[in-house]
Design a protein around this ligand. Structure first.
Ligand SMILES: C[S@@+](CC[C@H](N)C(=O)[O-])C[C@H]1O[C@@H](n2cnc3c(N)ncnc32)[C@H](O)[C@@H]1O
Length: 222
């Protein structure tokens, strides 16, 4: 099964499951969607899912032009229903195929979606987003940032499992998380993200939130 099909299957009960599965989920969304004090009008959200980041953005400003990108047809249909009263531009597209106009966005956001790309694909999307942002624009990214070959990876998994159980998850939930993680998740560590973002042209990369390997970054384009 492809990753878009996996999310098609998950769309209906995604909101309830993600809060049990991803530690600090609400904070990760909040940091990805944090609107800067500067004027922001045009936003592109990568891997919108059921629209947590979009919803947070719209609660902060009703003057945003949002482009939502997701490969899952079911997620895009759900977004269209959820935000029927808002003008949002939907792209049912792979990030890898995405064509964004140069200097056309003030803010790019991505919450828990970039880890589905391999390292080269991350480098490519960061370069694409750098080009798509206007000068002064930002990329705000929240994700799991650990390499699966990291020495700390086994203890990270143990801690994650404990958190899932504390958040009301079951052994069956944990099995499903691990099946998904093995099949579709390709996280890279923080320093790899920082290196790729600088290589794409971003001048400054700040960590705005960190609990272990659950991290939010803000990358600036001069
Ligand atoms: C874990 S969900 C995150 C959704 C939302 N941003 C949130 O924070 O709840 C990841 C989303 O990214 C989408 N996705 C994953 N890989 C993708 C890719 N390569 N191109 C486009 N969309 C992708 C999936 O369909 C899914 O809706």
């Amino acid at each position: 099964m492809r990753v878009d099909q996996a999310f098609d299957e998950m769309a209906r009960d995604y909101d309830e499951r993600i809060r049990r599965y991803v530690p600090h989920y609400e904070r990760l969304v909040q940091h990805a969607a944090d609107l800067p004090a500067t004027v922001v009008k045009r936003v592109v959200d990568l891997g919108s899912g059921t629209g947590a980041v979009i919803s947070s953005l719209l609660s902060q400003s009703d003057e945003l032009y949002i482009t939502a990108v997701d490969a899952s047809s079911d997620m895009v249909e759900l977004l269209e229903r959820r935000f029927a009263d808002h003008h949002i531009d939907y792209h049912r597209s792979w990030f890898q195929d995405l064509d964004l106009a140069t200097r056309s966005y003030d803010l790019a956001t991505a919450c828990m979606s970039i880890h589905h790309l391999d390292t080269q694909e991350k480098a490519d999307i960061y370069a694409k987003l750098y080009d798509a942002l206007a000068p002064g624009g930002r990329l705000q990214l929240s994700d799991l940032m650990i390499d699966k070959t990291d020495r700390g990876h086994a203890s990270f998994l143990e801690l994650w499992q404990q958190t899932v159980m504390q958040q009301g998850g079951s052994p069956q939930d944990w099995r499903e998380i691990m099946e998904h993680y093995d099949a579709y998740d390709r996280p890279d560590d923080l320093s790899t993200h920082e290196t790729l973002l600088h290589a794409a042209g971003f001048s400054r990369v700040e960590v705005t939130f960190q609990r272990g390997y659950w991290i939010s970054l803000r990358a600036h384009k001069d």
